[in-house]
Write a protein that binds this ligand. Structure first.
Ligand SMILES: *[C@@H]1O[C@H](CO)[C@@H](O)[C@H](O)[C@H]1NC(C)=O
Ligand SMILES: *[C@@H]1O[C@H](CO)[C@@H](O)[C@H](O)[C@H]1NC(C)=O
Length: 327
């Protein structure tokens, strides 16, 4: 006997896919320390097989990571130069990641976003969980949330916001699978991010992306993010926006809200030598060389420290919750 189905299978599949496009961001839980605090290292713009001081930065990350007993590592993108990974079997995954960040304290979970250079390779390779069979630390998705009780981290895929990669791609080929049609991708992402930020009851709301909202370095502010993301951050009391892209270390305080703009893009090649003197509102610190950043969170205070490749402290930011003041 023939069973009639009212809708063909492809329609059912289509509606499942359709729903998942606008589904809310994937949420991961990561425990705090027993005392409720959390500490982590932030690195950006790094994968160069150890060159351009990548290995020296890694050594100091390991040393400092041990000292503050980090819970996880954040990567702000541009994970593999120059053109991302060629596939899940690209040896750069090991030669630029596994074989570089070997310190004991760095054998923790890594949470990363994609940078524009990552979009020039097989972008889905970096997102493929099969990489965890090679190195269990790896976790990279386009946009997702890490919830730690004390803080909520909103990882945002910023590359698709930037017009020039679409309008003037130069000689680069970007892998826009799953991003096109672009308008729909961006509007879904903005909607999901806004809902997630609005609904968050976390003490600290921290957004991580590759491109800067504010920067006085080589690339400067990202106008598309100022237009589309910043109003959502301001309306929802985001405390920090953490990014890479400019190959420097930077701390800029918003002059309009409590948002602190923190750039950690010094994972390897740096020393661009340029600085935009016309864009210095709220700039507290700018270092054009290599290094990394740490973040230590407690219920009522946060500490951000920037380090160079020798492990020297370059800059410290202390935030106190409730007082809305920065030192
Ligand atoms: C490595 O770091 C040192 C110290 O900051 C710097 O002088 C040197 O130029 C860096 N090397 C490269 C290749 O960036
Ligand atoms: C800064 O402003 C001055 C005066 O308007 C201009 O001549 C200069 O080119 C600007 N610099 C940058 C980096 O935009």
């Amino acid at each position: 006997m023939v069973v009639m189905v009212t809708r063909p299978l492809w329609m059912a599949l289509f509606s499942v896919c359709f729903l998942s496009v606008s589904a809310l961001l994937q949420r991961l839980e990561h425990p705090n320390k027993a005392d409720g605090s959390l500490s982590l290292v932030v690195i950006g713009d790094w994968g160069r097989k150890g060159a351009y001081n990548q290995s020296q930065v890694a050594t100091q990350m390991g040393r400092v990571g041990e000292k503050i007993n980090i819970d996880f590592v954040i990567s702000t993108g541009d994970n593999f130069y120059e053109d991302g990974l060629t596939g899940i079997d690209d040896p750069a995954f090991e030669s630029s990641f596994s074989e570089i960040y070997t310190a004991k304290s760095l054998q923790k979970q890594w949470y990363g976003v994609l940078g524009n250079h990552d979009y020039r390779g097989d972008v889905e390779a970096q997102l493929n969980p099969i990489l965890q069979n090679i190195d269990h630390r790896w976790f990279c998705q386009r946009s997702f949330i890490v919830d730690t009780d004390i803080a909520e981290f909103f990882f945002v895929d910023t590359t698709p916001f930037v017009d020039k990669y679409f309008l003037e791609p130069k000689d680069h080929k970007y892998d826009w699978r799953e991003v096109l049609p672009r308008e729909k991708y961006l509007s879904n992402l903005l909607k999901d991010l806004e809902i997630a930020l609005r609904d968050s009851i976390s003490k600290w709301k921290i957004v991580v992306g590759h491109h800067p909202v504010r920067s006085i370095g080589h690339h400067g502010n990202t106008e598309e993010l100022n237009r589309h993301l910043l109003p959502i951050f301001e309306a929802n009391n985001v405390d920090m926006y953490i990014n890479g892209h400019d190959h420097c270390l930077e701390h800029i305080s918003s002059t309009r809200s409590q948002i602190q703009y923190l750039t950690s893009g010094g994972g390897s090649k740096a020393w661009k030598g340029d600085i935009d003197d016309n864009n210095t509102d709220g700039v507290k610190f700018y270092y054009d060389g290599q290094g990394f950043m740490t973040l230590e969170l407690e219920q009522n205070n946060a500490k951000v420290v920037y380090y160079d490749i020798f492990g020297n402290v370059l800059h410290v930011l202390n935030l106190f919750k409730g007082l809305h003041s920065a030192i």
